[in-house]
Design a binder for this molecule. Structure first.
Ligand code: G6P
Ligand code: MG
Length: 217
């Protein structure tokens, strides 16, 4: 049996969620907007443009398009400084083992990320070759929870949505997988990701028996 295994990037494959947070927090600080880790959950899986809008809404700040564009560039420049030294050591626990296992089992693998920085991150961490398809923020028009990014990935892998399995750390991403009629697997806190069909704290908590069930299922 062939399934499609679709991975989100930030917070699932690499621990970049903390870098996105730090970069946004810097912008928020400059604008005198209170921006906490709890607020940050709203931004996970959400596009850069939408993320800024959410932060401005939190602070009840209205801004010109010109200012917004400036902050979007600033945020990304700040974020990119964290990626300069990135290497394979920044892969989250258990990710590499699972990618290798799925490859051995000839299971199609795709990336489904909202990030426009996804491809360089795959290169820097040395895992690009595991992915049969990469769909990222440069390819889609609708942000998660719209399922567009995952549907495109499944299509590229020639797999039906119902035979697709999505690994996600964000509420918006879990919702996107569910709306797309895919099997959603939350990676993170059960309290945040309760809408997912299955939830694990990280990939080391997933055993091969479970993966075999998914492949068979
Ligand atoms: C992912 C992250 C978000 C980020 C978005 C856009 O979904 O979870 O925090 O804002 O990608 O990323 P980008 O690298 O294009 O700014
Ligand atoms: Mg994510």
């Amino acid at each position: 049996n062939k399934k499609a295994f679709i991975f989100d990037l930030d917070g699932v494959i690499v621990d970049t969620a903390k870098y996105h947070f730090l970069a946004w927090q810097k912008i928020a600080n400059e604008l005198d907007i209170d921006f906490t880790l709890e607020h940050n959950e709203l931004l996970k899986g959400v596009s850069r443009v939408r993320s800024l809008d959410i932060i401005l809404e939190l602070g009840k700040v209205t801004a010109s398009q010109e200012d917004k564009n400036k902050w979007l560039i600033q945020k990304n420049e700040e974020y990119l400084t964290y990626l300069v030294d990135m290497d394979q050591s920044e892969l989250l626990p258990g990710v590499l083992t699972l990618l290798q296992y799925l490859k051995e089992k000839n299971q199609p693998i795709a990336l489904g990320s909202a990030s426009k920085n996804a491809r360089p991150i795959l290169e820097k961490t040395g895992i690009r070759h595991y992915f049969d398809a990469v769909v990222d923020g440069n390819d889609v028009t609708n942000a998660k929870p719209d399922p567009e990014v995952f549907l495109m990935a499944a299509k590229l892998l020639n797999t039906k949505p119902e035979d697709s399995i999505v690994f996600e750390d964000s509420v918006a991403g879990v919702q996107a997988a569910n709306i797309g009629n895919m099997t959603s697997i939350g990676i993170g806190e059960a309290s945040t990701l309760h809408e997912a069909k299955y939830i694990f704290t990280d990939f080391t908590a997933i055993d091969t028996a479970f993966i075999e069930e998914l492949i068979k299922g």
